[in-house]
Design a protein around this ligand. Sequence first.
Ligand SMILES: *Cc1c(COP(=O)(O)O)cnc(C)c1O
Length: 464
Amino acid sequence: MNMIANHPPTAELQALDAAHHLHPFTHGGELKQKGARVITRAKGVTLTDSDGNDYLDGMAGLWCVNIGYGRDELAEAASRQMRELPYYNTFFQTTHVPAIALANKLAELAPRDLNHVFFAGSGSEANDTNIRMVRTYWAEKGKPEKNVIISRKNAYHGSSMGSGSLGGMSFMHEQGGLPIPDICHIDQPHWWKEGGDMSPEEFGLERARQLEQKIEELGEDRVAAFIAEPVQGAGGVVIAPSTYWPEIQRICDKYEILLIADEVICGFGRTGSWFGSETLNIRPHIMTIAKGLSSGYAPIGGSIVCDEVAEVINNCEFAHGYTYSGHPMACAVALENLRILEEEGIVDRVASHSAAYLADKWKGLADHPLVGEATTIGMMGSIVLTPDASSRAAFAGDEGDAGLITREHCFQNGLIMRHVGDRMIISPPLIITDAEMDTLVERAWKALDLAHKQLKDEGKLKAA
Ligand SMILES: *Cc1c(COP(=O)(O)O)cnc(C)c1O
């Protein structure tokens, strides 16, 4: 049955969209030609577009809809809060119940002494907070020159001036004068692409030791913090070799610098623990959160901060904050989301069942002739497209061509799977069932078949 909600025809919506709506991370000219895909409804793991087509959302929106679409409880929580207190700020010695309750809940869920929360409206904002917070921390300790933040190439930390500078996406740095001063980037632990002849273990150590070299080069008295995603998300679901994080932790322990784990994707069950830092045994001083915090139902982010940093920051007036820091409705929605994640055992089920089920099905894709490797951690995964798996070769043509072609075949076959260059990535809602995971992998295989044929027909199956 085709139940299209009451809205204008797709072509009309697309024309109106093109006329007045500027889109993030989209080439406007191309969009005008093709028309935007209009999503009208969603339930569980399934999206519906304005023509009534269904898609299995392999990306949980933008890595955020952890509990799946269509949970009335979150709508009720938002409605209740908006009737009671739709807005008040948390500046100037005021607070309200939803912000208090959410900060307490997060302190309970977060590991160790990560007990304090600074709220923001998004992950980008939270990372901007982190830049100012770690610099203020060292300045308060009498070391204002200890202000350099080390990050990684191909990291994603948001798209504001500050967070885009922390990120290591060169195509973003080309626009608008990024990065801001005193942020530098070391190489990423991306073995498939950059590992050369090294084993993954050797390579992981080499990449981690670049942090030590950079600290030595700049001087420990200049370095404020190191920031990294436990698993690089937007960079292509890049899972570091097993040797990487222990060595990073050793270096962070040895030098007096703060470790910021950007948990915007990895947090709230994505890797099978509440935080990716727990899965990978990392002990950060600050964790950035957003996305899965509210399962995307309301815009909210924040920084979870350890006792020591909070204590120092509390010694001064931190002249920073957002009108919507701790927005009551967003906090109420996040709290309800956390209740569902916890009480319905969604995070536990990822750890005890779904991650292993996905890993098992997903690795079968490595047998496809277009695929080099297929890896997962928790409920996120990637496959590498390659014309020659044995040499880990890239395609002769433009990087990303094969990925884009594959993504289009996914769409045509009812699957939303993103491409980053020639890597295909997934991060489905955590509530995805076994049958839905089977469907996801079946549709991915079919799209790979079609992409393989198209690449062959177009003479693009050649190694660089
Ligand atoms: C999405 C993302 C951000 C930015 O969050 P926004 O809410 O889009 O500002 C920051 N860090 C990571 C790791 C992300 O994936």
